[in-house]
Design a protein around this ligand. Structure first.
Ligand SMILES: [Zn+2]
Length: 138
């Protein structure tokens, strides 16, 4: 088992999720890439690595990871779904409309604290923004 696979296993164990081979390799790909990935991108890398995984297996496990807050799901343009590792911070996700890169910026927690202070409970976030990144503006 490599370093990222060990880390994946630890994360799954911490959330009391059974550590199957597929779960470990799915999470490994997301940790390894260090960025937000589309389901198709995750699937392609996994297929190149395992050559056996089905899309249904991937979808089901991504849903489990999302439910346990291991992954953040970000939706751009209503139907482009991206996943990235939840590191405990809240980000504003910025998508460049030219190069399609996604950048993340930490958000001040103040406004979320006021939602909680009123007695509400936030379970998930989906904060997307669009524009042109500094590289493409040059
Ligand atoms: Zn760009």
């Amino acid at each position: 088992m490599n370093k990222n696979q060990k880390l994946s296993k630890e994360i799954l164990e911490k959330h009391n999720i059974n550590t199957s081979y597929y779960r470990i390799v799915i999470l490994e790909q997301i940790i390894k890439s260090k960025k937000c990935l589309k389901i198709d991108e995750i699937y392609k890398t996994l297929y190149d690595t395992t050559s056996t995984i089905s899309k249904a297996t991937l979808y089901n496990n991504l849903m489990i990871f999302e439910k346990h807050n291991i992954l953040n799901k970000i939706i751009f343009n209503q139907d482009e779904i991206y996943y990235c590792l939840n590191d405990g911070n809240i980000y504003l996700y910025f998508k460049c409309e030219i190069c399609n890169n996604i950048y993340k910026f930490p958000i001040d927690l103040q406004c979320f604290n006021s939602i909680n202070k009123e007695g509400n409970q936030i379970n998930s976030y989906n904060i997307a923004s669009y524009g042109i990144c500094k590289k493409c503006l040059k």
